[in-house]
Design a protein around this ligand. Structure first.
Ligand SMILES: [Ca+2]
Ligand SMILES: [Ca+2]
Length: 193
């Protein structure tokens, strides 16, 4: 009898937890629905919310792009106008918004040049603040072949295969490569035994 009662309380507790977390997830999804996008084709187009009309205030949108490996993604802006200094668009290499993987940050009225990832995925984040809006942006992406860099003498090629840094920046305590492989503890130990 007591054992059953206790079981009933536990299972009720679990049920309640799972219902409330589902409610949280669907609320979040709905809130971000007009804004977050997953783009999984090998090419596509996306825009800021409401484009070609002005974007709303207080938006924080993620566009997750994945192309077929070993291809990488090249992003090309066809229109661009954000409030300078307050509304921003960031581009990251990979499925992340970690600043170590940032490959572009843009604002203002000028259309940025193309941005290419080093991996098969790319994340674009667009954030507007609480006042003043502009038209926003329209962008295309396409799967392209990765072009590996050949670094000059005196440079180090990062693990992404495309970024060259000055050789003296290797193992100097600052993360200069995307992801920070220039500071890899094992490799640095070999250079300075
Ligand atoms: Ca703004
Ligand atoms: Ca470094």
């Amino acid at each position: 009898m007591w054992a059953f009662a206790a079981f009933g309380v536990v299972s009720y507790g679990l049920l309640f937890q799972s219902v409330s977390s589902q409610a949280t997830i669907s609320y979040t999804t709905q809130y971000n629905a007009p804004c977050d996008e997953r783009l999984t084709g090998d090419n596509g187009t996306f825009t800021s919310p409401n484009y070609p009309n002005n974007y709303p205030n207080g938006k924080d949108c993620r566009y997750g792009i994945s192309v077929t490996p070993p291809k990488v993604a090249r992003l090309t802006f066809t229109d661009f106008s954000l409030e300078p200094g307050y509304d921003f668009l960031w581009v990251y290499d990979g499925n992340t918004t970690d600043e170590a993987y940032e490959i572009g940050k843009f604002d203002g009225p000028n259309t940025p040049g193309p941005v290419t990832s080093a991996s098969s995925s790319m994340t674009v984040r667009f954030k507007s603040d609480e006042s003043v809006t502009r038209k926003g942006f329209q962008a295309n992406y396409a799967a392209v072949d990765k072009v590996f860099s050949t670094c000059d003498i005196g440079e180090y090629l990062c693990a992404d295969g495309v970024t060259c840094i000055k050789a003296w920046k290797r193992c100097d305590g600052n993360r200069d490569c995307r992801g920070g492989d220039d500071e890899d503890a094992n490799k640095c130990a070999k250079i300075f035994p």
